[in-house]
Each structure stands twice: as structure tokens, then as C-alpha cells.
Design a protein around this ligand. Structure first.
Ligand SMILES: *Cc1c(COP(=O)(O)O)cnc(C)c1O
Length: 426
């Protein structure tokens, strides 16, 4: 190749991968092995001491997973990646590296329902305390910051409703307080938004969704943006203080702009254990090869479906930033002009009952709790993903009783419209 930096489509197919050194295999092999033979005793010692990079044991790293890590890091423009078992594992390992008991983080109030649960309940066991802020109001993030705030967490395009967050405005608040901004960019993928270009420090993905894209494998990825200076910052002891288990090594000093990814791997993944299986890493890589094609088609089809529903007599509202009248249309044009994503919500006239009925009468759309499949999907959040929340929490999360969420797949849009018209007519 020339010196020209490769474009996004090229990276989606090639980044991190090369013909297999041992066999010449062109597709990335599935290295389905727990462990790796050391060259000799000294090699083993240097791997365990983090003095050399290499494979030890697949809980900590695996060559198939390494290709996925490098590919997503390249697509996001980060310094290093870490593949893990799920999107939730990615969030958990990020917080494990940042938080100490009694610490706080500020999170957007418009998040995936599972994240709201993870933050409100499971994190309490670690005494990590979430403070919620209005996703549409950057000054609310500023107001929520205290001396114990260690992170700000947002989604770039928020699940479930078509909400686009002003990443740059929130990044400005984070920078002013020297707090890392963590962006869950699952719904956008790097094809639509690259959060590091807007001031994010760490990106997390549920690769289960659009990166994999075929609804067949659970996985997550953490990407280190390399932008945050942890060295000498006592607020982040995992990165800035000597690690007894690594002979007093200070990760921020030894690893510089990819120290955060190392902390997530060498402390979080090693001790807490949510490793990505090599087979799932292979499946996600397979999906990423067509990510640009799928995201464009699925976003275009989502706009066509949203436009149709916006004119439908049984529909009271549609929340899709691709529609010119949408409140997030200006942010869509600024942050993701290629498309507003494939997931959006709308309100069906008749509330909870009508929502449940619509979901039961659709035939082509699958009723299930996922997004980002090649197949179109539907869910009624109030009776499923967001049912653990109180009605007030459901409302702020964009998951009130009349809300129906669609994830548009790769079918012919005309078939999707016919299915929706049929089910709405019942
Ligand atoms: C699905 C999802 C998650 C959780 O990911 P899993 O892979 O299911 O653990 C986190 N954030 C968002 C936005 C999601 O859609």
C-alpha cells in the first residue's frame, strides 16, 4: 500500500488483520485455545511482568480477539482496544479502572435500559454512585460534578429514542474539570460518529449490535482515545499509582497514551474475567467488514420508514433525527450527516394496549430485545426492556407506555411499510 492513510471502508476490511504467519490463511483464524506455549522461562517471566507483549492465556488476550481490538481502535481513531464478553462488560471494566469506593460519575439520563439498571443497582455494591443529568442540557452535567466525580458517561445516539447528544458541549465540561468523557457509541458505530473527533476520551461498544450486525454473537469493545493524561493524577490510582501485582509499575508512566486500555486488560479483564470468546470475535470481525454498507442502507431505510409513519393516522409522533422537523435534526446534521442510525421510536395512538397489540400483529418485524440485526426488529420498551424502571424513569428514558421501538434491517423498505400498515390497521 502507499503512504496514504487508508479510508474507512479499507480499514473495515483490513485493519488489524494479515495473512496468518503460520498457514497463509487469508481470513482471520479462530484461535480456539485457552493458552499459548512460552519460548522459554525468561519469555514467560517478561509476559507476566508486562515487559513484553504476547499471548499467555485467553482470558487476558487472544490473537483472534486482538484483530477485533485493533480493527475497532482503527475505525474509531483510538490508540488501543480491548475486546470483552459484552457491552455491559465493557462498561463495567471501564468503571473498574476509573472508580474507587465512594466515587461518583455523571451519566446521561437517556441511556439503554440495561445501563440504567447496571448504574442504579449493581454498581451500588461497589459504592460507585451514579448522578443523572439531562442529556439535552450540558450545563446539567457541569452542575452535577463534585470533587468525587471520576467520569462522565453518555451515548452518542441514545437508545431507545432517536436522541443525539451534543458530545462537544459535554466534552468541554469534562475537559474543564479534567474528567474523562466515556461515550457508548453502540447505536452510531464509527461509521456515523467518531466520538474522539468530538472530545471523547474513551469509547465503549456493544459489538452485539451493529458492529456484529447479524444478531448472532454477544461481545463488547473498549477503545482508548489516548487523550487523557493519567500520570501523576491521584484521583485515578489504578493508572497513576504503583501496582503491587506488577512489581510497582505505574501503568500511566509505562504505557503512556494506551495506559487506559492496559489497565482494563491487565487489572480488569485479568481479575474480573469477562473475556470475549475467539469465536465471537471472529463473528464480529465478519460483520465489521460490511459495516459501512449496512449502516448506510439501514439508516436510509430507517428514514424512509420514519417518514411513512410520521404521516400515518394511527401514529401520534415519530422521534427520528433524520426527519427535518425533528428536534435533534440540527445535531444530526452536525454529528452524523451520513445518517441518523437505524433505530428510532414512535408513539402509537391508544397507549400501552395499542403498543402491545401492534407488536403482536407485525409479521416481518421480529418481536425481540435487540437492535442492529440484518432483520428488522420491534419492541415495546414499557412492557419489556424498560419495565424495571418506574413510569417517571420510563418517561425520561424515552420509553413511555405508547412508545414502540424499531430497528430497521436490510429488507426492502416497501415490505417493511406494508407490514407496519397491516399491523396498524388491526
Ligand atoms: C445492548 C446495549 C448495551 C449492552 O450491551 P450487551 O452486549 O448486550 O451487554 C449497552 N449499550 C447500548 C447502547 C446497547 O444498545
Amino acid at each position: 500500500m502507499s503512504d496514504r492513510p487508508p479510508g474507512f471502508n479499507t480499514l473495515a476490511v483490513h485493519a488489524g488483520a494479515a495473512p496468518d504467519a503460520a498457514t497463509g490463511a487469508r481470513a482471520t483464524p479462530i484461535y480456539q485455545t485457552t493458552s499459548f506455549v512460552f519460548d522459554d522461562v525468561d519469555h514467560a517471566a517478561s509476559l507476566f511482568g508486562l515487559q513484553a507483549f504476547g499471548n499467555i492465556y485467553s482470558r487476558i488476550g487472544n490473537p483472534t480477539c486482538a484483530v477485533l481490538e485493533e480493527r475497532v481502535a482503527a475505525l474509531e481513531g483510538g490508540t488501543a482496544g480491548l475486546a470483552v464478553a459484552s457491552g455491559h462488560a465493557a462498561q463495567f471494566l471501564v468503571m473498574h479502572a476509573l472508580m474507587q469506593p465512594g466515587d461518583e460519575f455523571v451519566a446521561s439520563n437517556k441511556l439503554y435500559g440495561g445501563s440504567i439498571n447496571q448504574f442504579n443497582h449493581s454498581y451500588k455494591n461497589f459504592n460507585w454512585n451514579v448522578v443523572w443529568a439531562d442529556a439535552d442540557d450540558p450545563s446539567a452535567f457541569e452542575a452535577a460534578i463534585t470533587p468525587r466525580t471520576k467520569a462522565i458517561f453518555i451515548e452518542s445516539i441514545a437508545n431507545p429514542g432517536g436522541v443525539i447528544v451534543d458530545i462537544e458541549a459535554i466534552a468541554k465540561v469534562a475537559k474543564a474539570h479534567r474528567i474523562p468523557l466515556v461515550v457508548d457509541s453502540t447505536m452510531a458505530t464509527p461509521y456515523l460518529i467518531r466520538p474522539f473527533e468530538h472530545g471523547a476520551d474513551i469509547v465503549v461498544h456493544s459489538a452485539t449490535k451493529f458492529l456484529g450486525g447479524h444478531g448472532n454473537s454477544i461481545a463488547g469493545v473498549i477503545v482508548d482515545g489516548g487523550s487523557f493524561n493519567w500520570a501523576g493524577d491521584d484521583r485515578y490510582p489504578m493508572l497513576s499509582k504503583p501496582r503491587p501485582e506488577y512489581g510497582g509499575m505505574v501503568l500511566a508512566e509505562t504505557f503512556g497514551n494506551f495506559a487506559f486500555a492496559i489497565a482494563c486488560r491487565a487489572l480488569g479483564l485479568r481479575d474480573l474475567g469477562p473475556a470475549c470468546s475467539p469465536f465471537n470475535a471472529f463473528m464480529i470481525l465478519q460483520g465489521i467488514e460490511t459495516l459501512p454498507l449496512r449502516m448506510q442502507r439501514q439508516s436510509d431505510s430507517a428514514l424512509a420508514v420514519a417518514r411513512h409513519l410520521a404521516g400515518h393516522e394511527r401514529v401520534s409522533w415519530v422521534s427520528y433525527p433524520g426527519l427535518p422537523e425533528d428536534r435533534y435534526h440540527a445535531l444530526h446534521q452536525r454529528y452524523c450527516p451520513k445518517g441518523a442510525g437505524a433505530v428510532f421510536t414512535f408513539g402509537v395512538k391508544g397507549g400501552y394496549e395499542a403498543g402491545v397489540k401492534l407488536v403482536s400483529n407485525l409479521k416481518l418485524f421480529s418481536h425481540l430485545a435487540n437492535i442492529g440485526d440484518t432483520r428488522s426488529l420491534v419492541i415495546h420498551p414499557a412492557s419489556t426492556t424498560h419495565r424495571q424502571l418506574t413510569e417517571a424513569q420510563q418517561m425520561v428514558a424515552g420509553a413511555g407506555p405508547d412508545v414502540v421501538r424499531l430497528s430497521i434491517g436490510l429488507e426492502d423498505p416497501a415490505d417493511l411499510l406494508a407490514d407496519l400498515d397491516g399491523a396498524l390497521a388491526v
